[in-house]
Design a protein around this ligand. Sequence first.
Ligand code: EPU
Length: 421
Amino acid sequence: MKEIIKIEGRHKLNGKVKINGAKNATVALIPALVLADEQVVLQGVPDISDVKVLAEILEYLGVEVTRNGDEFIANPHHMVNKELPNALASQLRASYYFMGSLLGKYKEVKMKMPGGCYLGPRPINLHIKGFELLGANKITDYDGYHLKTEQLIGNKIYLDFASVGATINIILAATKAEGITVIENAAKEPEIIDVCNLLNKMGAKIKGAGTDEITINGVDYLHSCIHEIIPDRIEAGTYLIIAAAAGEYVLIENIIPQHLDSLTSKLKEMGVNMEILEDSIIIKESKNLKAIDITTQTYPGFATDLQQPLTALLTQAKGISKITDSIYPERFKHTLELNKMGAKVSTFMNMAIVEAPSPLNGAQVSATDLRGGAAMIVAGLLAEGITEIDNIYHIDRGYSKIDIVLEELGAKIWREIKFND
Ligand code: EPU
């Protein structure tokens, strides 16, 4: 028995969508809460399954969690350090942020490999290198990660690659290290600034977030605060792509347009009819789309997470589009699913070539991963007939009630329980 999403394509979308707090900020902010010595309130928390799992991990560690709408309140007064339960930690990538926060707070952490979408190999060597440079020792008695030290000491850490995860994880640990840590070649994604803003409101001393050099002056105590999460640029980008595919008039609200510059400039190049306002974007019916080339890069370059839903739209853009993923060279499993629907996408090394336009037809497809699932939704809205998407737990990990939002815009989309044949 499994839950699937079905879409009857070719219905025009009209109305507005309000974007939630950023998933990739939230999944770091929740583990960051364990560093606090007092209660902290997060606002704008998205209703996605990754948040539910992180809340369960906090509760397992003895943190009192209260959820009230989009508010998430964590009280760490009775918290204890324990090995992370693998049944929970293996459900998402971001469980690795507990490494930085527990190491920072207790100078010891024990967990197995984190989970998350398979996008090709996703090593965490840079996280571990950072922890070791802060003085953590790897204990080899355990089939996983066991890191321990008497005291973390600030250090200079150069990242070979500007990794989002390694930057945040090192910041979390260094917040409670003795002395000054400098991260060079740090990642600059907006979610990193959001994590640093929360930590600074709690009393941390972090400078340079959003640049490639971040300085953290360790502190002993982190106090109570209220923090509102930034809007999700990837959720917003997905709805922009959906609106470009099937919209007649769609207003997307609660966004920071600057965070989406790399996408909106490409959508304009394709011929998408859009109006960018202060904190919203309007997309009107867009016809005669043109092929484009994109290369994914670290922020402010084109986000790898949006490459997948954009591929689905590019199947309707006349000409040959070339997509190069320089962050995850193997992030192309969605292209096989698109081809089942009639798309003409071929892949070679870290590249996908889309020959378009190709009319899409409803088919049985799979959400190969979170953003691959978003690509299937875009394709389903474009296709003639009914598309059936399975493995939708991937989609629910990162998009809050996407089927309800689209139904309200006029899409024919619904969930069904399917019994194994
Ligand atoms: N890398 C290493 N060693 C490391 C860390 C990363 O070689 O120690 C490599 C990775 O293999 C990859 C590249 O560096 O080739 C980028 O990895 P990064 O660490 O920046 O990514 P991440 O932290 O694992 C986050 C998001 C991803 C998003 C990437 C890139 C979270 C939980 N995940 O992953 O989001 O694609 O940054 O922006 O924040 C998604 O939302 O669907 C998603 C996968």
